[in-house]
Design a protein around this ligand. Structure first.
Ligand code: ATP
Length: 291
C-alpha cells in the first residue's frame, strides 16, 4: 500500500515578533498562507520495522534529522505502530529559505501516515503532534490561511486572500532561522500590522493587503544580507504590487494581480537570482498553477 501527499510552501503576509519568552521561544503574531510550490511525498509500507527516507535533493539530511523522519518516528511511538515506512521526498521547495519546506514535509508525513496506517487521528491531534516537531508544523497540517500566535502553533483560520501571482526569488545565501531570531530586538517603530493584513483580506481588498505587508525579521536579515534588500527594490521597480521577505528569509516574494507583470518580474529577477518561481496562491477555491 502507498499514499501520496502534497507539501506546499508557506509565505508570511505579516510576521511580528512580540517578545522573547522564558522557555526560549519567541511570541509571534503572523499571517500565513500556502502557495502552489510544493514538495511531494510518497509513503510506502515496509515489512521491517524501520523508517527509510530518500530524496533526489542531495542537500537535505536523510537520517533522524529529517523532519519527515521525525514525524514518522513520533507517530510510530505514540500509536504503537510496528510496521516500517519508506518515504520518498520529491523536493521542490528551496531549503532554509523561509518557506517552511521541512515543516510542510513533516505535516504531510503526519497526514499521510495517518492514512497509510488507518489510525484515524483527528486533525487537532495531528496538529498537537506537529507542534512537538516545529512551530510551523501545526499550520502546515491544515494549510489554508491563518493568523498564528503563541510560538506559531495557536491558529485562527481566516478567509483566503484575494487570488494573485506570487513571484519568489531566493538569493544563494543560507540564513539560519535561529540566528535571525537570536539577533532580533523589538523595535516599536517597525511594527507590522497583522490587523491591517487580516482586515484587508476580510474585505477582499488586494491593494490594501499589499500596503499592509510587513515582517519584523527584515530588520535583522536586510542589514546582514544586502542582496535581500536589493531584490526587494528590484521587485518594486519591476512593477510588484506588494513585496516582502518570507519568514526569516532570505526568500523575497512579489505579489501581482495582472498576469502581464509576471513575465517581466520573472525575467528581470532571473538576471539577478538563480532561483526564481512564479506560482499562484493555494486558495481553497483553486486556481493554482500546475508545478
Ligand atoms: P522555516 O520557514 O520554518 O524557518 P525554512 O524554509 O527556513 O523553514 P527548511 O527548508 O525547513 O527551512 O530547512 C531548515 C533546515 O531543516 C535545513 O537546514 C535542513 O537541513 C533541515 N531539514 C530537515 N528536514 C528537512 C526536510 N524534509 N526538507 C528540508 N529541510 C529539512
Amino acid at each position: 500500500m502507498k499514499v501520496y501527499e502534497k507539501a506546499p510552501a508557506k509565505i508570511n503576509l505579516s510576521l511580528d515578533v512580540l517578545r522573547k519568552r522564558e522557555d526560549g521561544y519567541h511570541e509571534v503574531e503572523m499571517v500565513m498562507t500556502m502557495i502552489d510550490l510544493a514538495d511531494r511525498l510518497e509513503m510506502r509500507e515496509l515489512p521491517r520495522d524501520s523508517i527509510v527516507i530518500s530524496s533526489q535533493a542531495g542537500y537535505i539530511p536523510l537520517d533522524e534529522k529529517n523532519l519527515a523522519f521525525q514525524a514518522a518516528k513520533l507517530i510510530k511511538e505514540r500509536y504503537n505502530v510496528r510496521q516500517g515506512v519508506y518515504i520518498h521526498l520529491d523536493k521542490k521547495i528551496p531549503v532554509a529559505a523561509g518557506l517552511a519546506g521541512g515543516s510542510s514535509d513533516a505535516a504531510a508525513a503526519l497526514r499521510g501516515l495517518n492514512r497509510l496506517w488507518n489510525l484515524n487521528i483527528p486533525t487537532d491531534e495531528l496538529q498537537r503532534l506537529g507542534a512537538e516537531l516545529g512551530s510551523d508544523v501545526p499550520f502546515c497540517v491544515t494549510g489554508g490561511t491563518a493568523v498564528a500566535r503563541g510560538r506559531g502553533e495557536v491558529l485562527e483560520p481566516i478567509p483566503d486572500p484575494p487570488q494573485c501571482w506570487v513571484v519568489l526569488a531566493k538569493p544563494s545565501i543560507n540564513v539560519s532561522t535561529a540566528d535571525v531570531y537570536g539577533r532580533f530586538r523589538v523595535n516599536p517603530a517597525l511594527k507590522p500590522s497583522t490587523a491591517g493584513v487580516t482586515e484587508a483580506i476580510r474585505k477582499g481588498d488586494f491593494a490594501a493587503m499589499c500596503r499592509s505587508l510587513g515582517n519584523a525579521l527584515e530588520s535583522v536579515t536586510l542589514p546582514l544580507y544586502p542582496e535581500v534588500r536589493q531584490i526587494k527594490e528590484l521587485m518594486v521597480r519591476l512593477g510588484a504590487d506588494g513585496v516582502l521577505m518570507s519568514g526569516s528569509g532570505p526568500t523575497v516574494y512579489a505579489l501581482v494581480q495582472r498576469e502581464s507583470k509576471v513575465a517581466r518580474l520573472y525575467n528581470g529577477l532571473r538576471g539577478f537570482c538563480k532561483e526564481v518561481y512564479a506560482v499562484r496562491l493555494l486558495t481553497s477555491t483553486g486556481g493554482g498553477a500546475a508545478d
